[in-house]
Design a protein around this ligand. Structure first.
Ligand code: HSE
Length: 306
């Protein structure tokens, strides 16, 4: 094989109470990444989108992830990389993870699959570190594996797959910028025992709700008493939008990843569409441009395009 094309999905991380440990792959949107072997050494990056991301592989998320993999193989030839990003950078739905994960899965295929998925996550993590300054896999793991995953321990890549009942996910991406590194910097370094107890009870409740297809338990558990109170202040209209979405029948939701996108989970597509309308009306009123998605959980992570 000389070249390969993959689609790399957006992902929803944290899921309210599961900061840095829960994430799910989404069917929409996704990036398209083409990787072509070349004889000469080095990584040549071309962009098909208009996001003006760097072409220098040393400061490009995909370039850094691919280089980490090439270094571990002492690979001396090079690659051309053509990136068509549909997931807007800085949206909070795993744009950087899609760039990093897509390229390492593609390269692994082209090179005859020398690495397993956990190894691929660790190469991709180098790209995620460039983007956010921290090592978390709650976007990368679902992006590579698909479905809903729990990262019980990041250094040892203890990744657990969770069942999930049918769910519709509504996302609104208000067109404001929040850097993940900043959204992490402002988080408290210490938390009260009371909040810790509430948070881990909700994580356990949410995971149990997913495993038991118990929508009411999912609804009760979609709470975040630690991160959301701090980060939501960065997102105009957050409280109003959340309140209206819950009134429209959403099970619950909050900030998608580190923001600025908001997400809501719903039991039916009809409710997810009502929720979308509520989100739109809030941002129309405030006068902030936005993009919305109504989507479902992707069972597969990065996939080859034949
Ligand atoms: N879990 C991460 C965070 C996701 O909330 O900072 C963003 O990459």
């Amino acid at each position: 094989m000389h070249s390969i094309k993959v689609k790399s999905p957006a992902t929803l991380s944290n899921l309210c109470c599961g900061f840095d440990i829960l994430g799910m792959a989404l069917n929409e949107p996704y990036d398209i990444i083409e990787l072509i072997k070349k004889e000469e050494s080095g990584i040549l990056i071309k962009h098909k989108d208009s996001y003006q991301l760097p072409a220098d592989p040393k400061v490009n998320i995909s370039g850094v992830a691919l280089q980490a993999m090439m270094d571990s193989l002492n690979y001396e030839q090079g690659f051309e990389l053509v990136i068509d990003k549909k997931i807007k950078p800085g949206s909070g739905i795993g744009s950087s993870a899609a760039s990093a994960a897509g390229v390492v899965v593609a390269a692994n295929e082209l090179l005859g699959k020398p690495f397993n998925k956990k190894q691929l996550i660790s190469f991709a993590m180098e790209g995620e570190v460039l983007a956010s300054g921290s090592r978390h896999a709650d976007n990368l793991a679902p992006c590579i594996y698909g479905g809903l995953v729990l990262i019980r321990d990041t250094p040892s890549m203890d990744i657990i797959f969770l069942n999930i009942p049918p769910l519709f996910i509504t996302i609104i991406h208000p067109q404001i910028e929040i850097k993940t590194s900043y959204a992490r910097e402002i988080l408290p370094k210490e938390i009260s025992l009371k909040n810790a107890v509430t948070q881990w009870a909700n994580v356990a409740g949410l995971v149990s709700g997913f495993m038991k297809n118990d929508y009411e338990l999912i609804q009760r558990s979609l709470q975040d008493v630690i991160v959301e109170p701090v980060r939501s202040k960065l997102i105009p209209g957050f409280d109003d939008a959340k309140c209206k979405c819950l009134d429209a029948g959403a099970l619950g939701g909050g900030i998608s990843g580190s923001g600025p996108s908001l997400f809501m989970l719903s039991e039916t597509e009809a409710i997810a569409r009502l929720v979308e309308n509520e989100m739109k009306s809030v941002y129309n009123q405030i006068g902030i441009d936005y993009k919305t998605y109504v989507t479902t959980v992707a069972n597969n992570g990065v996939e080859l395009i034949k």
